[in-house]
Design a protein around this ligand. Structure first.
Ligand code: BGP
Length: 472
């Protein structure tokens, strides 16, 4: 059968943003501090101000969406604009700001998909342990309840968290997220996974039991994990270790509401490697099991997949945050080593370009978790050193990247997976957490000096795909 090149009716052709990466105005307007503020200030490499100045330019950016046929936008609410301390007193200016943004979305015919937490935990909560402290789970539920009630007339599509695994791993395994420098703490990473999934469950139940209109889900970042040598049992185990850490633990929590015996066995073994044990309570699972029946959709951020070899040496980590190809290193004692596979291209930041991995993930979820209802690819894209030449950006490499991923997305649809939307990361160029401003992803080039937007070749290409409703 020839695979279809036509998107299903009602497919969302979107693009994604995140508050801290595009808004600017990280201080003032009543906003409270977040974990990233002192962390970035101390590093002194770059700041998130003014980023892409979305705080002032959202109207213009939404007009660009409309002009280029982009009919969905991921936006995150900055928790500390609403509750500057994470709990307690509210900030009317911050509350009003998002009303204005959502009204502008409607005016431009762009559906907002709103994430409640995209890496920017309020500092007051972070300083007490962030999501390792169960008080943060209570605070998140209160914040979520407030947003559902406040914005319920303007927002129909909600996500609780963006990338629980990225928070866990970058904070506690790679040490690249605040507070910085913590590495190899598998027990803390897994506990963070669990606690954030409990917070997700609490928010889903609040949404469902509150009778709110619309849909709710969570955004996970997933990668297919393949053994480098598929006949080597040790490589197979290394791939399994990474799969449980990043994929299966979170998928079980999302769609089962508990952990399958083999997931738990692997997670407990990995946690024990760093000397810890997991605190998973029966009352947590009761709540998570109920919530697991109410995920209206799942968001998947897919950028790459991994090939794993077994590794028993000391942990060696180097995060390529500069775009110097070939400098990334990830070898985790007792877990595995990420290696390149011959013939698979990489970006300058050493991210493997492997769209088949997205297909494998989608089909796996359909088979392993038949109670999933709907999947959106909520981020996918290619970070690159885009060049502005004579007022144009020829990012044909990005077009190739996106086209390949959309082809595999359509193959997954053919294989029976209910995929209903795609969001490019990112709508416009913006601040990248560990890379600053040199790693560009947007449909719209941002001149960070003047804040002028220049549509890239990929934006014109995407507009045509949207207009035709198919890949050409
Ligand atoms: C995802 C995040 C985004 C974005 C993207 C690209 O993990 O949800 O916020 O940053 O990755 O990552 P990076 O900016 O590190 O290249």
């Amino acid at each position: 059968m020839t695979p279809t090149n036509t998107f299903p009716a009602g497919f969302v052709f979107g693009a994604a943003t995140a508050a801290y990466q595009c808004e600017g105005e990280t201080h003032g307007h009543g906003k409270g501090e977040v974990s990233w503020d002192p962390f970035l200030a101390k590093k002194g490499r770059f700041s998130a101000d003014p980023a892409s100045d979305f705080y002032h330019s959202y109207e213009h950016d939404l007009a660009l969406c409309e002009r280029f046929g982009i009919n969905g936008i991921r936006i995150s609410i900055a928790w500390s604009r609403i509750f500057p301390q994470g709990v307690g007193a509210r900030n009317p200016e911050g509350i009003a700001f998002y009303h204005d943004v959502f009204r502008a979305c409607r005016a431009h015919g762009v559906e907002p998909y709103v994430t409640l937490h995209h890496f920017d935990t309020p500092l007051a909560l972070f300083d007490k342990g962030g999501f390792l402290d169960r008080a943060t789970i209570d605070a998140f539920e209160d914040y979520a309840r407030f947003c559902f009630a406040e914005y319920g007339d303007e927002v129909s599509n909600w996500f609780t968290f963006n990338e629980i695994w990225a928070v866990a791993s970058n904070t506690f395994i790679e040490g690249t997220f605040p507070p910085g420098g913590i590495t190899g703490a598998l027990d803390k990473a897994l506990q963070c996974n669990h606690n954030m999934m409990l917070a997700h469950a609490r928010a889903v139940l609040a949404f469902h039991e509150g009778g709110h209109r619309g849909k709710i889900g969570v955004v996970h970042t997933f990668e297919s994990k393949y053994p480098y040598d598929e006949n080597d049992p040790a490589d197979i185990q290394a791939a399994k270790n990474e799969d449980v850490l990043q994929n299966q633990f979170l998928l079980d929590a999302t769609f089962r509401g508990d952990y399958a015996p083999d997931t738990l066995e692997c997670a407990e073994r990995l946690a024990a490697l760093s000397g810890g044990a997991l605190d998973i309570r029966e009352e947590d699972l009761l709540c998570m099991r109920r919530a697991a029946q109410h995920n209206d959709y799942l968001g998947i951020n897919y950028y790459q997949s991994r090939f794993l070899r077994s590794y028993d040496g000391p942990t060696v980590l180097h995060h390529n945050a500069t775009g110097d190809k070939g400098t990334e290193r990830f070898a985790l004692a007792g877990v595995g080593e990420r290696v390149n596979k011959e013939g698979i291209p990489r970006t300058d930041w050493d991210w493997l370009i492997y769209p088949e991995g997205m297909y494998d993930l989608l089909v796996r979820i359909r088979l392993q978790y038949p109670n999933y209802q709907e999947i959106l690819i909520t981020e996918n894209g290619m970070g690159a050193k885009d060049a502005l030449v004579e007022d144009t950006v020829d990012d044909s490499y990005r077009i190739d990247y996106v086209r390949a991923h959309l082809e595999w997305l359509l193959k997954a649809v053919d294989a029976g997976v209910n995929v209903t939307g795609y969001f490019l990361w990112s709508l416009m160029d913006m601040f990248s957490w560990t890379n600053g401003y040199g790693k560009r992803y947007g449909f719209f080039y941002v001149d960070f000096e003047t804040q002028r937007r220049i549509p890239k070749a990929s934006a014109y290409w995407y507009a045509q795909v949207v207009r035709l409703g198919r890949l050409t």
